[in-house]
Design a protein around this ligand. Sequence first.
Ligand code: FES
Ligand SMILES: [Fe+2]
Length: 311
Amino acid sequence: MPENFPFPMPFGWFGVARVDEVPEGAVVALERFGHKLVAWRDGDDHHVAGAICPHMGAHLGVGGRVEDGCLVCPFHEWAFGPDGTNTDIPYADKPNRKARLTMWRTAVANGLLMVWYHPDPSVEPTYEVPHLVPEGATETGRFDRVVRTQWQEIAENGVDMAHFKSVHGAGRVSTVGEQVFDGPFRTVQSDQTFGSSKGELPAHLNNSTLGPGIGVQRFTMLDATVISVSSTTAIDPHTCLQTFTFYSDGSVIADKIAPSFALEVERQFDQDIPIWENKEFLAVPALAPSEKPLMDFRKWAAQFYVGAPSA
Ligand code: FES
Ligand SMILES: [Fe+2]
């Protein structure tokens, strides 16, 4: 556990890659939750497994290949089926029943290939991630960052209204929209303005947090909607991978504003990184009266930790 953050890695559904980053036929090495993982795809079936071959320890994601739906190790070409069992040893009459890959539960939603992470692998998923990116939305851009911090510090930023002025240069400190908590989900609606060549235009932001690693933000103005999908996944207890993917609803206006929306999110994210990487998590922060939503957020976030001190 990092010294400046008291909680372990949270449990839940996390994006380990965008779906299109693990195309058919590819074998992709990933490092997530302090584990070496390998991902591959067989038609509509997405697989993520522990990457170390139980035969003699080769990394299956470095030189491995998919053959007849099985993952073949680059070292001695043992093959493993989608359930992790060894299906073939090229120089033996039968497979080794004890040689098994550890399979991770996978699901796909909102353009993300997700896995269920829990420190106790026998714990089944406690929720499902809803699909909030509509069919027909078109991607307009993406960016990724590796940040030396934890999910909660990044997510907390959204209810820390004062920093939007001091760090990001917003014109005023606005108030947090009402946070609606619903089990592992959280929604915040807020009225915004969008600076255009015709002056400030009214806009609306619907920010849905889907467990501890995934958020879908829907920004609507003039009946057009731009969507961003954010994913924060621990690489290890000290570091996380943040990805953003932006979509337009296909309307002319959304296509037009989506690139500047994406650039603004990227600019703000980069401004926050040095703060996150050097701050400490204060369990009892000295807050101004308007900052109560921060503690509401923390109470909600506490449900995703096993064995953590309460927030
Ligand atoms: S190490 Fe994988 S087949 Fe030998
Ligand atoms: Fe920020």
